[in-house]
Design a protein. Sequence first.
Length: 106
Amino acid sequence: MGEAIVPFIILIPFLILAFVLSKGKGGFLIAGYNTLPAEKKAEYDEVALCKFMGKIMYAISLGILLLGLSDVLVNQLLLVIGIIVFVVSIVFALIYLNTGNRFKKR
């Protein structure tokens, strides 16, 4: 039962990061964006990028929550749903972020 708490401990920083990013702050936390030179960063809408990443962090947090609940409630269905939510949200984010220049300033 002691290991059942691990997903909930991991969930706390994910929710904090999701909250910060969803407010449009914390661009320095986004890998890849934070290493861009200043002139390249100026081409991107940082607030929109942060808000999108905040939404993705909430989705990932939901997946982690379901993983933790599956351990506590001993429910395999929650485990499967949690893994699906986790993987689908990451794959969606990777595709959405890397196609269409959605976060470039116009």
